[in-house]
Design a protein around this ligand. Sequence first.
Ligand code: ADP
Ligand code: ZN
Length: 716
Amino acid sequence: MYQPTPLETYLKQYFGYDTFRPGQRQIIEEALQNRDLLAVMPTGGGKSLCFQLPALLKPGLTVVVSPLIALMQDQVDTLLNNGIGATFLNSSLEWEAVRSREREILQGRIKLLYIAPERLLSESFLPFLESARSRVGISAFAVDEAHCVSAWGHDFRPEYRQLKVLRQRYREIPVFAFTATATKRVREDICTQLNLNNPRIYIASFNRPNLYYEVKRKNRQSYNQLLQAIRAQKGSSGIVYCLSRRKVDEIAFRLEKDGISCLPYHAGMESEKRIDNQNRFIRDDVQVIVATVAFGMGINKPDVRFVFHYELPRNLEGYYQESGRAGRDGEPANCILFYSPGDKPRIDYLIDQKPDENEQRLARQQLNQIIDYVEGTECRRTIQLRYFGERFSGNCDNCDNCRNPQPIEDWTIEAQKFLSCVARCREKFGMTHIIDVLRGSSKKRVLDYGHHLLSTYGIGKDRSADEWKHLSRSLLHQGLLNETNDGYRVLKLNKKSWQILKKVRSVSIAVPQTTTKTTKADKNPRQIEVELLFDRLRLLRKNLADAQSVPPYVIFADSSLRVMARQQPQTREEFAKVPGVGARKLERYGDRFLSEIREFARERKPPVQVASDTQMTTFGLYQQGLNIEEIARERGLRPSTITSHLSELIEMRQPIDLDCLVSPERQKAIVAAIEKVGEKALTPIRDALGEEYNYEEIRLTRSRWRREKEDEEEPF
Ligand code: ADP
Ligand code: ZN
């Protein structure tokens, strides 16, 4: 039998979780050894737990250095809700409050103290730290967001530099540094700047398997595409990123008008308003926040279910971090980037305006990387992780390219037509004109230049203008053709173009699928029921959270509510098994949630399907041990009628043992046939199986198969 280790027992008791996330156990074990430590984990990896659990297991106080006041509050609320002694000290507190918190610390009632670096190292605080050390002991210093110490990082905070002092002043107390920074340079800088003493370094994978990545090509109604995508998220929380403040305001305004509850966020707003909007998002008062990249640092909301980029992000690292704000709780979440091929020239133009040449080069390199990502046809994860120097072997099954791979086609002939048209037009025209010539347009411009007389005029009528555009972009993207960038965008042939024209190089392009497959099956009644209950539990959670003025996720994570909705626990013992329910939360919320679940069950009508009298008569005889033939004889009915009774009873979940009616090997063959030809009609299944199988056994097996399918199709 499975035996949880002692660490797992504590994990359940304090935090309600059954298993560790990847890396957590190793880091915690290291931390318990009292050695310096650098842990690098992606956002949502579960870093906090790596210092919180050791803090609980060791005597004394763990001091957590954290850069953001809002985050401190959030983490402390979460800990208090789990019944763990935690507090913070920062400039938002009155003198009285500071005194009483310090008293609590010296009384040993606090295991975790959150504090900003400048306060920790201030002359006025150091004496208090000393008395805490002698009275209760200090078990560790945990430096959260440790990349703030590095000038190479994206969020340098000079006050972090002073933390170096800790190593000198408190030689025997271990320092743990945590960061989600992906770059090597910053990691090394952290060790140096904090003066870590021969630290253990743990670097987790940056893969976030629960995030679904997709790039959607914008069409003319791009706003409607966005609206639709948001509606498809059915009211769950999400972020929409735009590049400019103007766009943020515009999109927020339109979404609100279209019935999506949302608020804007950007640096141009007054700080009070901004903080208010942020809080209303965190507390689930509104569903969506439309923001510039100014939003997100210091947002701990774990149940963000989608992050959409309505405009092309500036670089891939930024995209990874921003989209990574989705699904920190490990539950599925969607990251969709809306992209229009027109974005590139626009940004190119902006880059040209930059005065510094080095800056231009860097910006162009970053732009190319993000373009590679959006236009790439391989696994999106593979592209991202490669950027961070991590190898990932493709086919994640959770990105658009893996789920709907675009077929690669040989378009060499088309490319030759296109390029020779560029040559005939003397490399003096842009894409649109070349396509006009190829498709035999009688536009004035074409005629004025006499291009209707060229040998390439009209040789491309067999393809649509969009297809030619796609080819042209692919050629540019693959470096098989050049485009000037000096205000006019003129196509120019390069070495590789000539190789294609000379037939020594072939061209393959990924062909986008015009028809999007929608394979979503209709929901079954059970799924609907689970979703209804989930919504109700969410409402209860929201009310409880508002009463304590904390964000809803402090009470329970979405994943916990989901399991409750699915399993409908009836007793406190069952409720305690739900992931996220620790000892304290069981005590505090168990009864409220249990009674909500019971109430829900009472209100729901009995199952619609009820066995008929004749089916029940058959069932009675079956229970007496009669086989199909015997039941038929007994009731004076045909065996096929009895079979259909039994089949329907199986689908209604009556206890009928299929193994007594059809041998397991035969069931296996039948199931294989069903999965091959579908379950709708019996004849094709029989045809696939052959003569030695009869309709009765196929029918019975299919019913069981259907029932199991229904069970598998858990909602969400
Ligand atoms: P990070 O700081 O690395 O971005 P957090 O520490 O905020 O991540 O954790 C992200 C979310 O994951 C939180 O909601 C946390 O409660 C949850 N979490 C952490 N560890 C586990 C675990 N072992 N099992 C389930 N959920 C976890
Ligand atoms: Zn993939």
